[in-house]
Design a protein around this ligand. Structure first.
Ligand code: SF4
Ligand code: ZN
Length: 447
C-alpha cells in the first residue's frame, strides 16, 4: 500500500492517492487528515501493513513545510509539522484537555517483569480519560516529574488531582517505533525470565480509550508484529475488538487482556469514573477468545468487601472464556490515590467499602490481614475451576510485613512466571502460585 502525490498549480497544492495491489483505492484533491490516513491504512492494507507518513509528500497545514520528521495533528485532525504541533494550544474535548505530547519516549524498559507482565512498555499518550481513582500512574515520574510540561501543554494545575482530565497524544509513535526497531540490534533489548522480552501497551494510559489512541496502538502493534516481538495489550476498552484481524496476524505472539476487578458496575463506575462497564470488557474478551486470540484478565484491584461468593462469580465468568490467565491483586492503601478511592466510595454511598478502606488506612496490620485473606481466598476459589490458574501479585510491602514460611511462600509467588509462553498457548501452571491454597483456610497461624 502506497501514498502517492502530485503537485497542482503550485508546490503546496497537492493531490494524493492511496494505491493498493496496483489499484487506486482513495484519491484526495486536498491533503487527507491524519484520521483519514490511519483509517485507509486499516481498511485497505494487510493487517500488519501501515502507511508510513514520513517523507510521504504531506505538508504541515499551518506552515506548509513538508513533513519529513516528527508530526502530530491539530484538534481538527489536520497534520502539523513538529514545530507547529508543539506550539499549538490545547483544546477542550468533552471536558478533557487534549493536545500533543512532546516526549521523545517511544519504548521504555519496564520493571513490570516483577509481575511477569513485560520487559518494555509503549504508552500511546500521556494522561488517561478513564481517570481511575486508584491509578498509580500520576504518582510515577512519567507524570509527577513533568508538571511544567503538563501545565504548558494542557493547563494542568496538579497532575495528580487533575488526573483523568488531560490527554496528550503521541501521533507519530508508529513511525518512530518502526525506525527504532529497524535500527537497533534486537539482542540489546531487555529480556528477563519473567518479562520474556514482551512489550506491553499500555501501562500508563489506556491504549484503546478513543479512536485516536486506537489508531496509534494499531500502528505500533503492526510494527511489533513485523519485528516478531511478543506483545501484551492491556485495556479497559471494548473497542480493542476493532483490531482482531491484527491480533490474529500475531498468532501466539500476542495476548490481549482487560482489568475486571468486580462485576458490581456501580462500584466500578465510582472507582473508574469514565471507563466502560466491566461486563462490556468481559464481552470483548469473549469475542477475542472466540476469534482465537489469547486472552488474560487483570482482577485488580479487588475491594475489601469482596468475599468468596464475589470471587466465585468472577472466576466462573473468567473460566467461561475458555483458556485464560488471571492476574490478581488486592487494593493497596498508599498515596494520595487511596484517599481519592475513599472519597469516591463515600460519594457513591458505599459505606461498607469506606469503613474497610478506612480501617486499612488506620491499621497496617488490618491491611496485611485483608491482603493475605484475599490472596488466599482467590487461590482457594480458583481450585474449583479445573485448569484455571490465578497468578497472584503479593505487594512488596506485604512480603516485608511477613516472616518465616509465609514470607517465603509470598516471595515464591512474586517470582513465579505467568503461564504464558508467547510462542505456543499457555504453559503449565506455576506450583508456587497455589502454595497458599494448599495451606487450606488456616493461614492465620502463619501471619
Ligand atoms: S485505565 Fe489504567 S491508566 Fe487509565 S486511569 Fe485507569 S488505571 Fe490509570
Ligand atoms: Zn508547520
Amino acid at each position: 500500500m502506497d501514498l502517492t502525490w502530485d503537485t497542482g498549480d503550485s508546490w503546496f497544492e497537492r493531490t494524493y492517492a492511496v494505491e493498493h495491489a496496483g489499484e487506486t483505492v482513495a484519491a484526495f484533491d486536498d491533503q487527507p487528515s491524519l484520521d483519514d490516513l490511519r483509517a485507509l491504512s486499516r481498511d485497505y492494507g494487510a493487517p500488519t501493513e501501515r502507511l508510513d507518513l514520513w517523507q510521504a509528500g504531506l505538508l504541515c497545514t499551518q506552515c506548509n513545510d513538508e513533513i519529513n520528521d516528527r508530526f502530530a495533528a491539530n484538534p481538527q485532525g489536520d497534520l502539523l509539522c513538529w514545530d507547529c504541533a508543539t506550539d499549538t494550544e490545547s483544546h477542550d474535548e468533552h471536558g478533557i484537555t487534549v493536545n500533543t505530547d512532546p516526549t521523545k519516549s517511544v519504548m521504555s524498559k519496564s520493571h513490570l517483569h516483577t509481575k511477569s507482565l513485560c520487559d518494555h512498555v509503549i504508552n500511546v499518550a500521556t494522561g488517561c480519560r478513564h481517570g481511575c481513582e486508584f491509578c498509580y500512574v500520576p504518582t510515577t515520574p512519567a507524570i509527577d516529574s513533568r508538571d511544567e510540561m503538563l501545565a504548558e501543554q494542557a493547563n494542568v494545575d496538579d497532575p495528580q488531582t487533575d488526573w483523568g482530565s488531560y490527554l496528550l497524544y503521541r501521533d507519530d509513535l508508529p513511525e518512530r517505533l518502526g525506525n527504532i526497531l529497524d535500527e537497533r540490534d534486537p539482542s540489546e533489548r531487555k529480556q528477563t525470565e519473567r518479562g520474556r522480552g514482551v512489550v506491553m501497551l499500555s501501562s500508563g494510559t489506556d491504549c484503546y480509550q478513543d479512536r485516536r489512541t486506537a489508531q496509534i496502538t494499531r500502528g505500533a502493534v503492526a510494527e511489533l508484529i513485523t519485528h516478531d516481538i511478543p506483545i501484551r495489550i492491556l485495556t479497559r476498552s471494548p473497542a480493542v475488538t476493532r483490531d482482531i484481524d491484527l491480533f490474529q496476524a500475531a498468532g501466539d505472539r500476542i495476548t490481549v487482556g482487560s482489568s475486571i476487578p468486580s462485576f458490581d458496575a456501580t462500584l466500578v463506575r465510582a472507582m473508574e469514573p469514565n471507563a466502560p462497564p466491566p461486563m462490556t470488557r468481559w464481552q470483548a474478551l469473549d469475542e477475542l477468545q472466540q476469534a482465537g486470540v489469547s486472552v488474560f484478565v487483570s482482577m485488580s484491584p479487588t475491594y475489601p468487601t469482596m468475599g468468596e461468593d464475589d470471587f466465585h462469580e468472577l472466576l466462573s465468568y473468567f473460566r467461561a472464556l475458555g483458556e485464560v490467565v488471571v492476574f490478581h491483586e488486592p487494593i493497596n492503601p498508599r498515596g494520595a490515590n487511596f484517599q481519592q478511592c475513599l472519597s469516591a466510595a463515600k460519594e457513591a454511598g458505599y459505606d461498607d467499602v469506606v469503613e474497610e478502606l478506612q480501617q486499612m488506612q488506620d491499621s497496617h496490620q488490618y491491611w496485611v490481614e485483608y491482603a493475605l485473606e484475599q490472596l488466599n481466598t482467590v487461590q482457594q476459589v480458583a481450585t474449583r475451576f479445573d485448569g484455571l490458574e490465578v497468578h497472584s501479585w503479593p505487594d512488596d510491602e506485604l512480603v516485608r510485613s511477613t516472616s518465616g514460611q509465609l514470607r517465603s511462600k509470598l516471595k515464591a509467588m512474586q517470582e513465579a512466571v505467568s503461564p504464558e509462553s508467547f510462542s505456543t498457548h499457555a504453559t503449565d501452571a506455576s506450583p508456587e502460585q497455589s502454595e497458599l491454597a494448599r495451606d487450606g483456610k488456616s493461614i492465620e497461624h502463619l501471619i
